[in-house]
Ligand binder design. Structure first.
Ligand code: CA
Length: 358
């Protein structure tokens, strides 16, 4: 695809009366076996009359059992999920599956191909537009299909994220605080089984539009990850992601999955449980400047401890702005780019909790 294609805005096209979606697929969700196919979304543009967007989708189905939906690349500048999922698609043997696994390794494919967070076609964040719209732009149409046709089939959903272009995380598996305590207990057990160095138990401050919220509303078990970031791929993040994915498939009883032959990490540590209780955990730039972190990802910090400073290079006489931790906790996320503008997230300090206290 050329850049020119991405500049064409997708117009809202009405769905024919009676049709539930504009998305088509050859994949038969009821069929036994391994299918590698596409979701096809109408995408008419100057260079392609009757064109379609082809979004890869893969299903393994073997007998009765639970259904797990696994997504990567909902943000197109996060590559750890796509790497681990493409390897699983090629490695997993159908006879080791018990139930059904639906995998979309790069859900927002147009964004993935441009390494951008948002879709370059319509400038929509796929993870802020759920439950989507069947008459909306391509990203909204895709979200609507996942919401209406895939989520209802799933018992368990894993959505693999990282910090993308602007953030870098100490590797975390992530879950939300839930009102339904039965589903919360199942999710907590899965988070422990995942085996990441850190687990983040979040009260989502801005839940509207997330796939997370759509799945949780449907009363399904939902887990996410924040595995490094920086729009790159690191061995530690891929190893933790691969190990955690296999642990979950085994934990949910949907597959006997073996890790990639290149994966070295194996639940070496007990997962440290963390929480971002409120806004004060997020340290935001209130001025432009050059961000210098004073601690490393994963470091424990004390309330009041300097964790970074913002330098003013164009005014050398001006003292740097010192950024301090608001509470005791772990430095789990940092801004990747040195330059920061007012409003950018510079760091996240999550507080440590005891598993028994949940
Ligand atoms: Ca993300």
């Amino acid at each position: 695809m050329t850049d020119e294609n991405f500049l064409v805005m997708e117009k809202s096209i009405p769905v024919p009366e009676g049709a539930k979606t504009r998305v088509t697929t050859d994949l038969d969700f009821d069929l036994e076996g391994k299918q590698i196919s596409y979701l096809r979304i109408p995408y008419s543009r100057n260079t392609s009359a009757w064109g379609r967007l082809l979004i890869p989708i893969v299903q393994f189905k073997n007998g009765d059992g639970p259904t797990m939906f696994i997504s990567g690349g909902i943000h197109g500048d996060e590559f750890e999920g796509p790497v681990v999922l493409i390897k699983l698609i090629q490695r997993l043997k159908l006879e080791n599956v018990q139930g059904r696994i639906i995998i979309m390794p790069a859900v927002n494919l147009p964004a993935h191909l441009q390494s951008t967070r948002l879709s370059p076609i319509d400038n929509v964040d796929l993870n802020r537009c759920f439950p989507g719209s069947k008459t909306g732009s391509v990203t909204q149409v895709l979200a609507h299909y996942i919401n209406d046709f895939i989520v209802p089939k799933a018992d368990y959903v894993l959505d693999m994220h990282s910090g993308g272009t602007s953030l870098d995380f100490a590797p975390c598996v992530v879950m939300h605080q839930l009102e339904d305590k039965e589903i919360e207990a199942k999710t907590l057990a899965a988070v422990r089984a995942y085996g990441a160095p850190f687990a983040l138990y979040l009260k989502e401050g801005d839940p509207d539009g997330l796939l997370d919220t759509a799945v949780e509303k449907a009363k399904k078990v939902f887990l996410s990850t924040e595995l490094r970031g920086g729009a790159t791929v690191t061995k530690d993040a891929v190893d933790i992601a691969d190990n955690g994915l296999c642990n979950l498939l085994n934990h949910f009883g949907v597959a006997k999955a073996n890790r990639s032959k290149y994966t070295r990490y194996k639940n070496k540590t007990t997962t440290t449980l963390l929480r971002t209780a409120d806004e004060s955990c997020f340290i935001t730039a209130e001025d432009d400047g050059l961000f210098e972190p004073l601690v490393n990802l994963g470091d424990r910090v004390k309330a009041g401890q300097p964790i970074g400073q913002l330098h003013h290079i164009t005014t050398p006489a001006r003292r740097p702005f010192l950024l301090k931790a608001n509470s005791d906790g772990v430095f789990i996320c940092r801004r990747v780019q040195g330059r920061a503008e007012a409003g950018d997230c510079l760091a996240v300090i999550a507080t440590e909790e005891e598993w028994e206290d949940l």
